[in-house]
Design a protein around this ligand. Structure first.
Ligand code: GCU
Ligand code: CA
Length: 652
């Protein structure tokens, strides 16, 4: 969805109009009342002032509005997208609210949204009985860059009707405190963004590599030159106070001490009053000792209307995209541990994720189910040897394992099964809670499921770096056949919409279970990306278990994807027996189009494994060393995270 909502510049007339509104707002009484900032918000002048994207003929006004006319989205075509939107510029920094009234419809496929400063804010628009106008609103829309795009989108075969859209200022401006975590305004760290010591806010903290001159950089904008208080939240266990030089717009202006807080999980603040210039300022905190800085959680700027400025590019630590992924699916880990099993490497007991890190693996794939505890769900078919003693495969367990994976510095690839139990070729059952729902309700349920899991993961500091919506969807998903394209694409794309809204940088993967000519693979590729609407994926992956010609069929099939869609490719599953064949294939595809590979449950599955099992212990065998060799051949560091960085963390 975010992909469709591109920032557009307002036409100059519109700009002038909104600027006039803005100055009237300022002149009357600054920020003491709110006013609708939209042009033609009640559609009394047809759709003038609005931009009609998607299928323009599906967007028109009719009588019987809440008052006067209303906007309707409808088309006789079975699948359409209607996006009615408007750009507003000249906005004061602050918090805004967008609302609209809706009536009738089968509107689970409709959204009210705002797109401001690269962030999207949205709410689904529910259906409302005919004659009964219901209000929907998006609150807490943060504006710092002065402009937003606002709109209403209806997808697929829904219809819906709207009236009285309001976009209004709520609060902000004037003296204030700006706190910059890992989002807008956080530009760079000479090191990494970590989340392995608790107590931080946002999604992590900046950890400089320990050397003099390494630092962290932010960008803020202020309306007039003057003194601002800069305050850093940090942790430091060193006896050295790890002082930092404050460099504003290239000039060293102060030195701030960061005395020991006693533990990496104990956080404190240090501050300084610093002069900032009108307009944009780059603020850098730079280590003056050879130990680097302490771990820096956030920068707060207090003074007149400070605003965070987009630094360009994706923020550091946003989404992990290594040059090559050497990954492993390890969801069985918690289940194995629950029945007393452990992992051992060279005579040392370690967690499986630490063993993987020590052999160059840099990513873990975790599967999650809609309702694993529902009848016929995953708990009835674990295949790990564990009992249904806990709700394995639910969001809480996914987060628990993701935290362990991220503490080791690895990326997280989240696999939405979109099912209560295993989803694989030929087994794509509808989640029990979705049974009896209309198509539109199922799309909403798919979106809500994904959004809920992703929101919880973000809140827990473990935003996934890569996501697949559906598993081995050769012909079906959640009980829909791909012959019912609106149903099939609707479930998958609704889930993908939630991913895009979480962070458009997250890589989205479409998964086929048999990427071979005898798996109808080219036909599937054409259908998935050539249908209307296409599946909104960035990467195509396959389960590369079997091959009849020593990998030649995979080579042909993945080159077919690259040639016809331009999308990169990956192995989502393979076993140790195919270790070299699979990795050689993805490492040698043209133009680095092979993203990487994920071995499937390396401890517990496969005829050949990099572990030998005996008396409750999985011991690494020589095959594990071959993965370290492959990592080195791929140019990856081994271990994938230096052991020194893992001291004192939970990655042991
Ligand atoms: C440890 C700690 C890191 C910290 C580092 C340091 O490795 O886990 O979070 O940054 O020490 O000394 O800077
Ligand atoms: Ca450090």
């Amino acid at each position: 969805m975010t992909d469709n909502i591109r920032h557009r510049f307002a036409q100059s007339g519109e700009l002038a109009r909104t600027l006039v509104l803005f100055f009237i707002l300022l002149a009357c009484s600054p920020f003491s009342f709110s006013q609708n900032l939209l042009t033609n918000p009640g559609f009394e002048s047809g759709t003038s002032g609005w931009t009609l994207d998607g299928d323009a003929s599906a967007q028109f006004t009719e009588s019987n509005g809440r008052s006067g006319s209303r906007l309707t989205h409808w088309s006789s075509s079975s699948s359409y997208t209607a996006e009615t939107k408007q750009a507003v510029t000249g906005l004061a920094a602050g918090t805004y609210r967008l609302s609209a009234y809706t009536v009738g419809g089968e509107t689970a496929g409709a959204w009210l949204w705002a797109y401001c400063d690269g962030e999207s804010f949205s709410t689904p628009i529910p259906s409302s009985p005919w004659g009964n106008w219901a209000q929907v609103a998006v609150d807490n829309i943060l504006v710092s860059g002065g402009s937003c795009e606002l709109g209403i989108t209806t997808e697929n075969s829904e219809w819906s009707s709207f009236d009285d859209v309001v976009f209004e200022w709520v609060s902000g401006g004037g003296p204030g405190e700006l706190v910059i975590e890992e989002g807008t305004g956080f530009c760079d760290v000479d090191g990494s963004v970590d989340s392995n010591h608790s107590g931080y806010n946002g999604s992590g903290f900046a950890n400089t590599d320990n050397a003099m001159g390494n630092g962290v950089e932010w960008r803020v904008q202020v309306p007039a030159g003057g003194s601002y208080q800069l305050e850093w939240r940090y942790a430091n266990t060193s006896d050295n106070n790890r002082a930092g030089s404050v460099v504003v717009n290239g000039n060293a202006v102060a030195t701030v001490d960061f005395p020991s807080t006693g533990a990496w999980t104990s956080w404190a603040s240090s501050s300084a009053n610093i002069a900032l210039s009108a307009g944009e300022n780059t603020i850098r905190l730079e280590a003056v000792s050879g130990e680097g800085l302490g771990n820096i959680d956030s920068l707060s700027v207090t003074g007149d209307s400070p605003q965070a400025v987009d630094c360009g590019g994706s923020p550091p630590g946003g989404v992990f995209k290594p040059d090559y992924i050497l990954g492993a699916a390890i969801t069985w880990t918690l289940e194995h541990e629950s029945i007393g099993r452990s992992y051992s490497d060279q005579g040392q007991t370690k967690s499986i994720e630490r063993i993987l890190v020590d052999h160059g693996f840099n990513f873990a794939r975790l599967r999650t189910f809609v309702c694993p505890e529902c009848p016929g769900g995953y708990l009835d078919n674990l295949y790990s040897g564990a009992g249904p003693t806990e709700n394995w495969g639910d969001t809480a367990h996914t987060i628990e394992l993701a935290q362990r994976v991220k503490a080791c510095g690895m990326g997280v690839f989240l696999d939405f099964m979109l099912s209560d139990t295993w989803a694989s070729i030929g087994k794509q059952y509808r989640p029990s809670q979705w049974q009896g729902m209309s198509d539109a309700q199922i799309r909403a349920a798919s979106y809500n499921h994904a959004k809920d899991v992703l929101d919880q993961m973000v809140a827990a500091g473990v935003k996934p770096d890569m996501v697949q919506c559906g598993n081995e969807n050769n012909t079906h998903v959640s009980g829909y056949s791909y012959n019912d394209w609106a149903g099939f694409s609707g479930v998958i794309n609704s889930c993908i919409r939630a991913v895009r809204e979480t962070d458009p940088e997250i890589t989205v993967v479409a998964h086929h279970g048999r990427p071979r000519p005898d798996g109808d693979f080219p036909f599937w590729v054409d259908r998935v990306f050539g249908s209307n609407p296409p599946i909104d994926a960035d990467v195509v992956c396959g389960s590369t278990y079997g091959t009849t010609n020593n990998g030649g069929d995979w080579w042909d099939m993945f080159n077919y994807v690259i040639d016809t869609t331009g999308k990169p490719v990956m192995s989502c599953e393979y076993t140790d027996g195919r270790r070299d064949l699979v990795n050689n294939t993805f490492l040698s595809l043209p133009n680095d189009m092979g993203v990487g590979t994920f071995i499937w449950e390396p401890a517990g599955y496969g005829d050949r494994r990099p572990f030998n099992y005996s008396n409750g212990v999985y011991y690494t065998n020589s095959s594990m060393d071959e993965y370290a060799r492959i990592a080195r051949e791929a140019g990856l560091p081994v271990p994938s995270t230096p052991a020194s960085q893992l001291q004192g963390t939970s990655c042991q």
